[in-house]
Ligand binder design. Structure first.
Ligand SMILES: NC(=O)c1ccc[n+]([C@@H]2O[C@H](COP(=O)([O-])OP(=O)(O)OC[C@H]3O[C@@H](n4cnc5c(N)ncnc54)[C@H](OP(=O)(O)O)[C@@H]3O)[C@@H](O)[C@H]2O)c1
Length: 323
């Protein structure tokens, strides 16, 4: 079959013929119609992800046809019994197991779900990993409540935009940060009340001025800018970290954390229950994933370059031939 195959470190994957290993063939076979990129795929391409092995078919997100049904696959597999944390058997589709950017993906039946009926193939392909991560970070870990003020950082990101749509559906007051004023305007058109550009010197002060303080922060950047969240967050507030794009957090001030009674929480993808609840939420609220761009699968290199440029607003999708 044809697949987006990564064969060596620090080079883009190739769209090429690949004979999948025999042991995959005892699993369920899904004919993929569309797949989508996550930042994870780019970290793997750059060699900046734990447990990289070659060759590997990339892709955690995909929509396909299985036994005549339109299906998506939960990329968070073997979570285990404890809702609080994944088991040591937890694995993510697209490394270590071959992923969705191919003619077919092979997986176990328990990870196959019907597509919410209001979604197109492209929208369905965009949903799984980002939707799951945003849902758990916001509702399960962050305990988001109607009427609260939420800050979602880096709103151009795939996960961040799901969080924005979920927060709107949940009746929250939404603020965002971004490197781009244009993206902030787009976020407002999707329901954000306000936003600030994190490239400006005094962005934290600007955010306090427009919001009056934030109850829940969802962040995937961390790094130097993180310390500003301690100024912005209200007493009793929660900060949920689901990524570390900008690296280590410096200047954590313990006195602010304990005096303001803050909770700093980590979140990774989600359990099977989280995935089911996320699908139900998307169906109930008729949420349509924000799509930045759609490429033919053979043009996958351009899609990876788009993500690398950071220019995207929403999900980058690859579409298979004949779909
Ligand atoms: N733990 C998990 O389960 C999990 C799951 C999914 C993703 N992640 C991690 O979360 C991060 C985002 O993933 P994604 O797939 O949504 O990526 P993405 O679609 O490529 O988006 C990345 C976004 O990060 C934002 N960003 C960059 N520097 C920033 C900064 N200094 N402050 C605030 N935002 C900044 C940018 O927002 P603007 O363009 O608006 O500036 C950019 O759009 C990645 O690090 C990824 O590995 C973790």
């Amino acid at each position: 079959m044809k697949a987006v195959l990564l064969s060596k470190e620090n080079s883009y994957p190739e769209y090429t013929d690949f004979d999948i290993e025999e042991h995959y063939k005892s699993k369920e076979k899904i004919k993929i119609t569309a797949s989508a990129l996550n930042h994870r795929d780019l970290w793997i391409v750059k060699g900046q992800y734990a447990g990289i092995k070659y060759p590997i078919i990339l892709g955690s997100d995909g929509m396909g046809i299985y036994k005549g049904r339109r299906v998506i696959i939960n990329p968070g597999q073997h979570w285990g019994q404890d809702e609080k944390v994944q088991s040591k058997n937890f694995r993510i589709l697209g490394l270590p197991d071959h992923g969705t950017m191919a003619d077919y993906v092979y997986t176990d039946e328990q990870f196959i779900y019907d597509v919410p009926s209001h979604l197109s193939d492209i929208e369905a392909a965009a949903l799984p990993l980002g939707g799951l991560t945003a849902y758990r970070a916001m509702f399960v870990r962050g305990k988001a409540q109607k009427g609260e003020k939420i800050l979602i950082s880096g709103i151009g990101g795939g996960v961040a935009l799901f969080a924005l749509q979920f927060a709107k559906a949940a009746g929250m007051e939404i603020y965002v940060t971004s490197s781009s004023n244009e993206k902030i305007e787009k976020a407002k058109s999707l329901g954000a009340k306000g936003g600030v550009n994190y490239k400006s010197e005094d962005w934290a002060k600007q955010l306090i001025d427009i919001s009056g303080g934030i109850d829940l922060i969802l962040d995937s950047a961390a790094g130097e800018g993180f310390k500003n969240y301690f100024k912005i967050i209200n007493p009793g507030g929660r900060i949920v970290i689901y990524g570390g794009t900008r690296g280590k957090i410096k200047d954590l001030i313990p006195q602010i954390i304990f005096w303001k009674q803050l909770s700093i929480l980590g979140s990774t993808m989600g359990s099977d229950k989280d995935f089911r609840e996320m699908l139900k939420f998307v169906e109930e609220h008729k949420i349509h994933p924000v799509i930045d761009s759609v490429y033919k699968i053979e043009d996958q290199k351009e899609a990876f370059q788009k993500m690398e440029s950071g220019e995207q607003f929403g999900k980058i999708v690859l579409i298979n031939p004949e779909s």
